[in-house]
Design a protein around this ligand. Structure first.
Ligand code: C2O
Ligand code: CU
Length: 465
């Protein structure tokens, strides 16, 4: 049992330093060049046990945070100094297929690969994580995950809380052995929910904040746990406090969505603004609800972190505008182009009965480039949740049935690249399959399901099917 709740400060992942700029061979524009080493690190998680051995980007877990500007391309060299093969996926980027972290495109220990990132999309919170075939869960869980923030001028002009007041909060849930080492998910075949909740790698941290507005970028980097987050002040226990959701996977929402509860499943990103000026001199706790799908609850999995709010008023020059951006929704249509059933079958996890290992049959869709397609995602039951991620595109969540029966307002107010398919749910999503041709993956982001074959491919083609 972990006895040091809210005893250690929230670590803030360091910003990734630029190695150099390279002129683009044809445009002459600067390309930002970075190098990242994938290597071991030790982390003292339990003060009274041995350290845990992790493997992270630059020997950090989470990895360093990339701060990128829209319009400046980047090349990142990932050098594998670990013992496992790796493949890096920049989740949220419309990367070209050869740089998208295709599961079988692995870099062996001792080798490196240069990934080219276009940074051409609107401002958003992306993340980079491992995607190597069959060992994604292990690699991501041991630390290969980091935040990648893309900024643009339109967003900067909104004057949202920025700098020290714009903070990534990477959630993850893990389990430890009695000697303090990590319990490995390697032999798990269904899920590893974990009893220790981490934020930015630290179990149940505290964070000292000023009584003003903050922007937090939540990412659920857990391999199997979904959260339903809420806030309460220690002065008013049991009373959920309101906060604003301002962004999701594909960037800002159309307008801030006031909530008391926020569902966030694996790989989803939600950005929120919390105004601590109403909690001056109080402690505010970020909590998690119990009984989410089949997730297993443990003693402290209903707690996440504590905010210690300063007593003295500060000047807050940031804004929270009532309108944030115009969402480029795909054109609505009524036909369903594809239905995909996500289910447990023959002791494994399948999409329409197909496993990713079935190379002859795993291409389940061939959208023409630039065409809007509507996909119905169906949860085949058993109480499991399946957060479904479609690479390359930003999609609109059109409808949700047989569970919550409604798209959450904060899902509807923006575009997504992961959608949580709760137990028995049916969700319809719509996307423009663009801007590139190529073979891309879609899969469940419970990484144990993904490693056990709940993954398939779609081939975006210039030629119509
Ligand atoms: Cu975040 Cu295909 O993954
Ligand atoms: Cu799943």
């Amino acid at each position: 049992e972990y006895k040091w709740l809210y005893q250690f400060p929230l670590p803030i992942p360091q910003t990734k330093a630029l190695n150099r700029v390279i002129p683009h061979p044809t445009t002459g524009k600067d390309i930002n060049y970075y190098e990242v080493e994938i290597k071991e690190l030790k982390q003292q998680v339990y003060p009274d046990r041995g350290p845990a051995t992790l493997v992270g980007y630059d020997g950090l877990a989470p990895g360093p945070t990339f701060q990128m500007q829209r319009g400046t391309e980047a090349v990142v060299r990932f050098i594998n100094k670990s013992k496992n093969p790796n493949s890096v996926h920049l989740h949220g980027s419309y990367s070209r297929a050869p740089f998208d972290g295709w599961a079988e495109d692995v870099t062996k220990p001792g080798e490196y690969k240069d990934y080219y990132y276009p940074n051409g999309q609107n401002a958003r919170t992306l993340w980079y994580h491992d995607h190597a075939i069959d060992i994604t869960a292990v690699n991501a869980y041991y630390g290969q995950a980091g935040v990648y923030v893309l900024h643009d001028a339109e967003e900067t002009a909104l004057n949202l809380p920025s700098g020290d007041y714009d903070v990534p909060l990477v959630l993850s849930s893990k389990q430890y052995n009695s000697d303090g080492s990590l319990y490995s998910p390697a032999s798990e075949t269904t899920s590893l929910y974990g009893d220790v909740i981490h934020v930015n790698g630290q179990p149940w941290p505290y964070f000292k904040v000023e009584p003003r507005k903050y922007r937090f970028r939540f990412l659920d980097a857990s391999i199997s746990r979904t959260f339903q987050l809420y806030f309460e002040s220690d002065k008013k226990l049991g009373q959920k406090q309101e906060f604003n959701v301002i962004g999701s996977d594909a960037g800002l929402l159309s307008s801030p969505q006031k909530v008391t509860d926020l569902y966030i499943s694996m790989a989803e990103r939600y950005e929120v603004v919390i105004d601590f000026s109403k909690f001056k001199g109080e402690n505010a706790t970020l909590r998690n609800s119990r009984k989410i799908g089949a997730d297993i609850d443990y003693l402290h999995t209903d707690k996440v972190m504590k905010f210690v709010v300063g007593k003295d008023s500060v000047e807050d020059k940031s804004d929270l505008p009532s309108s944030l951006r115009t969402i480029p929704y795909p054109k609505d249509r009524t036909t369903i182009d594809h239905e995909f059933l996500f289910e447990r079958k023959d002791g494994g996890w399948r999409i329409n009965g197909v496993s990713f290992a079935d190379t002859a049959n795993r291409v389940l869709a061939k959208p023409a480039r630039g065409k809007v397609e509507t996909w119905k995602l169906i949860n085949g039951g058993g109480g499991w949740s399946h957060p479904i991620h479609i690479h390359l595109v930003d999609f609109k969540v059109v409808s949700r049935k047989n569970g919550r029966n409604a798209v959450m307002p904060y899902e509807a107010a923006g575009l997504k690249d992961v959608v949580w398919l709760g137990p028995n749910e049916e969700v319809v999503v719509e996307a423009n399959y663009a801007p590139w041709d190529g073979l891309y993956m879609f899969h469940c982001h419970n990484l144990i399901h993904e490693d056990h074959e709940m993954m398939a491919a779609f081939n975006v083609s210039f030629l119509a099917d």
